[in-house]
Design a protein around this ligand. Structure first.
Ligand code: ATP
Ligand code: MG
Length: 271
C-alpha cells in the first residue's frame, strides 16, 4: 500500500525474554481509522508500546512519514508526530481540565482544536479534572495526546469501565479526528462500535496478524470475529453463547475479569 503515514514491516517484540509479537506488518493511512482487534492477551498493547518506543522491537522496521523510527527513543517518536493514549491512562485529578491539556505543552498547544472536538470540556475548562465523569476524563486524556498536533495517534482502549453510550460518543470523536488530518490506530474491545468508525482492521491472535482488511468485512460478522479471535468455531451452540464471545460483541462490564487468550506463543512453539 502506498501513502501510509505509519508503516510496520515484520515487527517482532519481546517482553523480557518472552516473544509476544511476531512478524507484524501493518499500514496506517491518513484519512482513516485503523483498528487492532483481538482477545485479551493477544499482544495489542505490546504492539502499540513497540510503536511508541516503550519497548524495543527485536526485529523489523517502523517508519513514520517515511522516517525510520524503530531506534528512536520514545520522546523522539513523539516529536516526529506520534501521539499515544496508553491503556488505563488517567487525568491529573487536582489540575483543571485546561491545565491537564496544557501540562506537556507549556501553553503552546491547540486548545481550540480540542474544544471543537469536545465542547463538553470547554464548558468545564476551569473545573478540577477529578470532578469530571469517567467519559469526560477520557476526553481529557485523548485531548492531551492531540494537543501537540500529532500525525498519527495511537489509542489503546478508551472504553474500559465506560457505558456504551459514552463509548459511542468517544468513537464519534475518533471519527472526527480523521477529518482533521490525523491518522488513528485504535485498539478497542467494543469491536462492533469500533467497526462503525474503522476503515481497516488487523486482528491479532497470539501476537500474529490473522486478518487484515476492510472493516466492512467484519461488520456484523460475530461468528467470523470469534473464530479470528480464538482460532476455532465454537463446538456447540452452548459454547457459542458462552461469555467467551463477549469481547467481540459486548465487552465485559467494568470490574469483570478480562477474558484471557491462550497467552503468548513462544517463538518456534507449536500452534
Ligand atoms: N511487562 C510485561 N512483562 C511480561 N509479559 C507481559 C508484560 N506485559 C504484557 N505481557 C504479556 O504479554 C502478552 C500480551 O499482553 P498485551 O498486554 O500486549 O495484550 P493485549 O492484547 O493488549 O491484552 P488486553 O486486551 O488484555 O489489553 C500477555 O500474555 C501478557 O501477560
Ligand atoms: Mg492491552
Amino acid at each position: 500500500m502506498s501513502g501510509e503515514i505509519l508503516r510496520l514491516r515484520d515487527v517482532s517484540i519481546s517482553r523480557g525474554e518472552v516473544p509476544i509479537v511476531h512478524d507484524v506488518s501493518l499500514d496506517v493511512v491518513p484519512g482513516a481509522v485503523t483498528l487492532i482487534l483481538g482477545a485479551n492477551g493477544a499482544g495489542k498493547t505490546t504492539l502499540m508500546d513497540g510503536i511508541a518506543g516503550l519497548v524495543r522491537n527485536t526485529s523489523g522496521t517502523i517508519h513514520l512519514d517515511g522516517v525510520a523510527i524503530e531506534r528512536f527513543p520514545t520522546y523522539r517518536r513523539a516529536q516526529a508526530g506520534l501521539g499515544y493514549v496508553e491503556q488505563s491512562r488517567t487525568v491529573f485529578r487536582t489540575l483543571t481540565v485546561e491545565q491537564n491539556l496544557l501540562v506537556s505543552q507549556a501553553g503552546k498547544g491547540d486548545l481550540d482544536m480540542v474544544y471543537r472536538l469536545f465542547p463538553e470540556l470547554e464548558k468545564r475548562r476551569n473545573l478540577q479534572a477529578g470532578h469530571l465523569s469517567g467519559g469526560e476524563q477520557q476526553m481529557v486524556v485523548l485531548g492531551r495526546a492531540l494537543i501537540s498536533d500529532p500525525k498519527v495517534v495511537l489509542i489503546d482502549e478508551m472504553s474500559l469501565g465506560l457505558a456504551p453510550v459514552i463509548v459511542s460518543r468517544l468513537m464519534k470523536a475518533v471519527g472526527d479526528l480523521v477529518g482533521l488530518g490525523i491518522a488513528v490506530l485504535l485498539i478497542e474491545q467494543f469491536a462492533h462500535l469500533a467497526l462503525e468508525v474503522g476503515t481497516n482492521a488487523y486482528v491479532l491472535r497470539k501476537g500474529r496478524v490473522v486478518f487484515s482488511g476492510p472493516c466492512e468485512e467484519l461488520r456484523g460478522a460475530d461468528q467470523r470475529l470469534h473464530e479470528l479471535y480464538f482460532g476455532a468455531a465454537p463446538a456447540t451452540a452452548a459454547d457459542a453463547a458462552a461469555p467467551v464471545a463477549q469481547p467481540v460483541a459486548q465487552p465485559v462490564a467494568a470490574g469483570t475479569p478480562a477474558v484471557p487468550s491462550d497467552g503468548p506463543e513462544p517463538e518456534g512453539g507449536t500452534r
